[in-house]
Each structure stands twice: as structure tokens, then as C-alpha cells.
Ligand binder design. Structure first.
Ligand code: SF4
Length: 203
């Protein structure tokens, strides 16, 4: 029997359009869990890092938020959501036939029966081995030209059907986009992901 009083630290939650990655353009309910110890220098949600700053919120409440929105797609993000056992939350969302995705650095073993696994590796704390095998989508943020090679070095660990995306770090978009365009033209197994929600001025 599922324990719907189980809690997770919730930083924010909102219904929006998924702006990046394979599911870009799809309406999505975001559950952003607090807590992260990966420490990316360019992190744009540093206020997520301290778990204790985010209220423990029950699964029952989290599911209610999603159902009230009318969403059919849920993105569990952070922070680093894989720091928590997500089984209870994912199972509760599945009871309502919701499609559930995770966005994770892969720094921790993911616990939960996710429908979509977006692995976005970070140099600051590399993914655990199992994350590569689970990934449906491998989304690498390019912050420096050396990151292309860093991305290539990891793809041998992925499943053959995993989709490969590279995305410019937002503050470097202007500088890096021409290089990314050239890179994808020369290496067509990769696709470009852009943070389109930022162009749309939505969360
Ligand atoms: Fe920020 Fe995500 Fe890196 Fe954590 S893993 S520091 S939340 S960008």
C-alpha cells in the first residue's frame, strides 16, 4: 500500500511548457525538488541546493497539484531529484496515468519507475554507471569548447537508442551557438537543444 504521507522537499512547482530536450514544446507540470550537492559553477538554480530551505511536501499534495492543472506529463527535476527515493512519488503519479520524466545529473542511482530518463551529466560529479544504461536522452550542456569531447567520451556507455543532445549554457549561447551548429552538422548523431522556455519568457 502506497504511503501518500511520504514527503519530498519541494522548491517550486508549476505548469508550463517543457522548453528543452526531446520533449521540448510539450505541456509539462514541473516538480522541482530542493537539495543538490553537485555544485555546477554555472548552476541557474543555486537556491535549490540547501534541502532544508524547501518545505517537506506530501505525495498526496504533489499529486493534487498536478491533477488540478490538467497536465498529462510530469517532469521531476531539481536540484538533484535522484538524491531521494522517488518510488512513492512516481507510483502515485502513475496511478493517475501520468507520464513521468526525470531530469538528473545521474550523480545518484535513480530509484523509481520513470517513463523518461533525461541524463544531463555534470563534470563536477560524474554520473553513476547505471545512469548511462537507463538514459533515454543524454543532454549535455556545453559551457566550454572542450565539452564536446567530454560528451563524446561518455556516449559509449549509453544504449544505442538513447537520443543525444547538446545545449549551450544559457549565458554562453551567443558565443557557443555557431560552434554547436557546426558541430552538429559535422556529427549528425547529435541534435541541438535550446532553452526555448527562456525565449518564451516562461518558467
Ligand atoms: Fe545546479 Fe543541476 Fe548542477 Fe545541481 S546538478 S548544481 S541543480 S545545474
Amino acid at each position: 500500500m502506497m504511503d501518500s504521507s511520504y514527503t519530498y522537499p519541494l522548491m517550486e512547482h508549476f505548469y508550463t511548457i517543457q522548453g528543452e530536450g526531446v520533449h521540448s514544446g510539450r505541456a509539462a507540470y514541473f516538480l522541482r525538488l530542493g537539495g543538490c550537492d553537485v555544485g555546477c559553477v554555472w548552476c541557474d538554480v543555486k537556491e535549490s541546493w540547501d534541502t532544508l530551505k524547501h518545505p517537506e511536501t506530501s505525495v498526496e499534495q504533489l499529486v493534487k497539484f498536478v491533477l488540478e492543472s490538467g497536465a498529462d506529463f510530469v517532469v521531476i527535476t531539481g536540484g538533484e531529484p535522484a538524491m531521494y527515493d522517488l518510488n512513492t512519488l512516481v507510483d502515485a503519479l502513475h496511478e493517475h496515468h501520468l507520464y513521468v520524466a526525470i531530469e538528473t545529473s545521474g550523480a545518484y542511482e535513480v530509484q523509481g519507475d520513470l517513463d523518461w530518463f533525461c541524463l544531463s551529466p555534470k563534470k563536477f560529479k560524474m554520473p553513476v554507471e547505471s545512469a548511462y544504461a537507463s538514459a533515454d536522452e543524454f543532454k549535455v550542456v556545453i559551457y566550454h569548447p572542450s565539452d564536446f569531447q567530454w560528451a563524446e567520451d561518455q556516449i559509449g556507455k549509453l544504449r544505442p537508442d538513447c537520443q543525444l543532445l547538446i545545449q549551450p549554457e544559457w549565458s554562453k549561447t551567443e558565443q557557443l551557438l555557431p560552434k554547436i551548429i557546426e558541430y552538429v552538422k559535422n556529427n549528425p548523431k547529435w541534435r541541438i537543444s535550446l532553452q526555448t522556455h527562456k525565449f518564451m519568457n516562461i518558467p
